[in-house]
Ligand binder design. Structure first.
Ligand code: UDP
Length: 488
């Protein structure tokens, strides 16, 4: 049973994010969003992850938001098989992703103890913590699921059962009966589709949960938001709480979001020196592994395009890391000096996308990156790598019309061994044509991107669709708490 007695003030929501930037960042934003609506919001995470978000939490609290942080230990390396310090998926090599996912089962005892101590009214759990469904039931509180992905990929994935198993000989198929013809490629489906054990746990946990909170807004994917909200699965409800990055209204909030970037000042000053819309921003998210030969083709392509670029090269986990000396073309940074900037590690992405100089975004189509681009009204050049990114690409290009593919047809897929190099010439052709370009294609995509950016802002304003969803969810949770108290 939740915390408070009937006379208590605001409801208390406990947020338990998956330790991965693409899930932690939006969940922290979400906790802050609910706190701005007066909800007492507590984020639970492990010591190293807490260090990354403490500044955000403390400064929000100092500005008067009821936001706080609770730290629980990361399970012992002896039990998980992970190395000490590997508390975040971004610190783990791709080969060990599964080990990390299995380690999540070791959080059951500390979270149970925390629930007993804090007695929150609601648990917002990442979907991968499937066991939190039973924990919430035992504590008599509703569990809300956060998947990280949007309504379109979630709906497409839930609809996929009608198409599985995909015949071995099938390369691609069209998902029928949707407002848009969606072509899916077998090898572009998320890895999870093959993990029957996890799929079963996810399905069972969802059936025991109260609802789903989705980082999207109605007008971005209206048909799919409606499909997803109305899908008939054990009465599970869904609420749109996005675009979650727009809850960082103040410049200081945007600056504090995510990991700190040592290059922030330098790269924002560099962007200040560039004309509006002239720069292509290239970033593949927080988990990507890109081979040395592919990095080299990207470098040569950006150089030969003649366009201004800001390129984030990720610092990968040691086992994945590609040695720079082996791929960086000789003299590359010297030759592109002034026109191109390579950032090693982390860029303040929301601030970069919001800068007037950025005209296009080469993206891996991670859900957060996609949303952040939409919010900024920046069109995308799509380069999906894995997870549900090939499905997201279809949304960006075929449904919303706010992006252009880096390559046509299904040349690359999520399987590392099957990745076909995208050549420098192809990068030149697409980047050269689009960035700073004119013509019908560029104008149409650019106009749509701006329209969606405007719609995103309206959604989060008072009276907007997201605002309404968030306030009605809070009312419902409050009513549920009072109902629970009557039953005691
Ligand atoms: N991000 C960032 N700077 C970087 C790389 C990533 O701020 O240099 C942020 C980005 O803004 C987004 C998140 O990390 O909020 C990545 O999430 P996404 O869903 O796009 O991709 P993932 O990393 O999960 O593949």
């Amino acid at each position: 049973m939740g915390s408070s007695d009937a006379s208590a003030g605001p409801i208390h929501m406990l947020f338990f994010p998956l330790m991965s930037p693409g899930h932690m960042i939006p969940m922290v934003d979400m906790a802050r969003l609910f706190a701005t609506h007066g909800v007492r919001s507590t984020i639970v995470t492990t010591p190293l992850n807490a260090a990354n978000i403490r500044l955000t939490v403390d400064s929000s609290a100092a500005r008067g938001l009821p936001l706080s942080l609770r730290v629980i230990p990361f399970p012992d390396p002896a039990a998980t098989g992970l190395a000490p310090g590997q508390e975040n998926l971004s610190a783990v090599s791709t080969a060990h992703f599964n080990t990390f996912v299995m380690a999540l089962f070791h959080f059951q005892a500390p979270l149970a103890a925390l629930l007993r101590e804090l007695r929150p009214d609601v648990l917002v759990s990442d979907s991968l913590f499937t066991w939190t469904a039973d924990l919430a039931l035992e504590n008599g509180i509703p569990r809300l699921i956060f998947h990280g992905a949007g309504a379109f990929p979630l709906f497409v994935l839930s609809n996929l059962v009608n198409y599985l198993p995909v015949e071995p000989s099938t390369e691609s198929f069209i998902m029928n009966g949707l407002p848009h013809p969606i072509r899916l490629y077998k090898n572009g489906l998320p890895e999870l589709v093959d993990n029957l054990f996890m799929l079963k746990l996810l399905g069972e946990a969802e059936a025991k949960s109260y609802g789903v909170v989705v980082n999207t807004f109605h007008d971005m994917e209206p048909s799919y938001v409606n499909y997803y909200k109305n899908r008939n699965q054990a009465g599970i409800k869904a609420w749109c709480v996005g675009p979650i990055s727009l809850c960082c209204r103040a410049a200081v909030e945007r600056a504090e979001r995510g990991e700190s970037s040592a290059d922030r000042g330098r790269l924002l000053a560099w962007l200040d020196s560039k004309p509006a819309g002239s720069v292509v921003y290239v970033c593949f998210g927080s988990l990507c592994h890109i081979s040395g030969p592919q990095l080299k083709e990207i470098a040569l392509g950006l150089e030969a395009s003649g366009k201004a670029f800001l390129w984030v090269v990720r610092r990968e986990a040691a086992e994945d890391a590609v040695v720079e000396a082996e791929w960086m073309p000789e003299g590359f940074e010297k030759r592109v000096e002034g026109r191109g900037l390579v950032v090693r590690g982390w860029a303040p992405q929301v601030e970069v996308l919001g800068h007037a100089a950025v005209g296009w975004f080469v993206t891996h189509c991670g859900w957060n990156s996609l949303q952040e681009s939409v919010c900024a009204g920046v069109p995308m050049i799509t380069w999906p790598l894995f997870h549900e990114q090939f499905i997201n690409e279809a949304l960006v290009v075929d449904v919303m019309g706010v992006g252009v593919r880096m390559w046509e047809g299904f040349r690359r897929n999520r399987l590392e061994e099957a990745k076909v190099l995208v050549t420098a010439e192809e990068v030149v052709a697409v980047v050269g044509r689009l960035v700073g370009g004119g013509g019908k294609e560029v104008e149409a995509v650019g106009r749509k991107a701006k329209e969606y950016g405007e719609a995103a802002r309206k959604a989060v304003e008072e009276g907007g669709s997201t605002y309404e969803d968030v306030t009605s969810l809070i009312k419902e949770l409050d009513a549920k708490r009072k109902e629970g108290q009557k039953d005691v």
